[in-house]
Write a protein that binds this ligand. Sequence first.
Ligand code: FAD
Length: 435
Amino acid sequence: MLEETVSKQQRIADRAIVIGGSIAGLLAARVLANAFHEILIVEADDPSNGQEPRNKVPQGHHSHVLLGRGQNILEELFPGIIQELIQNGSIVTDFTNDLEWFHFGEWKKRFPSGIKGVQQTRPFLERHIRDRMDLIPNVTFLYRSRVTGIIRSDDRNRVQGVQIRNELSNQEEAIIADLVVDAGGAGSQALKWLNAEKDSSEIVDIDLFYATRFYKTEWVDRGWTNLMISARLPEHPYAGVVLPFENQKIGVTLGGYLKEPPRTEEDFELIARMLPQPHIYDFIQKSTPVSELKIYRIPSQSRKRRKITSKLPSRFIMIGDSYCRFDPLYGQGMTVAAMEAELLRKELGRLSTGAALDTAVRSYWAKLPKLTNGPWEMALIEAYRHPGMKQWLTQKIYKTSAHDHSVYLQLAQVMNLTRSSSLFFRPSTMWKLFR
Ligand SMILES: Cc1cc2nc3c(=O)[nH]c(=O)nc-3n(C[C@H](O)[C@H](O)[C@H](O)COP(=O)(O)OP(=O)(O)OC[C@H]3O[C@@H](n4cnc5c(N)ncnc54)[C@H](O)[C@@H]3O)c2cc1C
């Protein structure tokens, strides 16, 4: 159970505004609700209906995995939500037992690890979190309303609220707040409004495309639940993954680095055929499409620079993709947003022992880079981008994990962000890797 760090009577500050009511915004609002009397989520879009991706979240058309760490935090913030997801149709899988994974030229040996994951489409997950937010009385949603600017104090050193425009009435309005949280996603304009946009991010080009189509199938005895064929650069630039979700929908996603995305459904099948193993192509042949082909291009992985964030005015923070956007093939975005919400909860918890809001906010910013370092590095460790030691060690881990259960288990834990990669540096693991 989530411990209410600040009880209702103890709520310190009056109002927090959250820009964006997507995954990061919802999780932020959940933890802000303990410390503020009122939380206002300003969302440019309509609410999620739980089935179709929202217009302003186009990545919702693509398969999303929720890593173990994200699942744990979600359950802490909303006790019982995982069971609710399962009852309503999420698929439960065991990471190492139910995934048929072709990785670094080898099939991994499958075995039960107990690392259980719930699988559902992104709209389905968002709707479930959104429904839980209805139970929190001090959170209000303002839909079809866009934040158009940030209000600052006369000396520009403190954020004091936001300017919003309601799409239906076209009315502009200023709303004052004690804290503004930017959860506006990768396209957030917040730093532009704060005149801090120039050279604000460290950027690593990844030039990745995602191409996804959903299917239904009668082919039940295929011998696997999840299937993944990893890219291996430079010979195999394409990757593919097949994941079942609620309502018998099965997502097929193909991704490619430094390659043009498929333009047609025929191109999509052609790429599936070019993968180093035929399984995904076979699956497509034996299944019926239930959605159109959708493409998403991810030019880079990016994170806001410390030298910029340390100079931002007070009473302002970022969470989720607005702060850091990862290579999505590692499935980390939502889980990192959850970890950031958890950090925010801890920092706000200090208010109950007399810490000032400014101190809590500064401490949140100071800890963010470290929190994102692990996932950031993991997503960049692709052989072709980081030559040298890391590449070599990663290759060893990938290769050894194909046949050694304990190394595979450690890899699965690190990938699920439940353990740190320092796990690989234990003498017993190093011995296995280097013998
Ligand atoms: C192709 C793809 C696949 C991915 N796969 C995975 C995966 O498998 N697992 C995973 O964990 N993550 C994945 N991610 C990342 C994941 O989608 C995000 O990390 C996650 O959705 C958190 O996003 P967010 O809430 O920060 O932003 P978003 O989900 O992008 O939402 C931003 C919200 O802010 C609103 N908004 C923006 N500006 C304003 C404004 N000015 N005023 C009001 N509202 C505004 C938008 O309408 C939107 O609702 C993937 C991403 C992509 C692109």
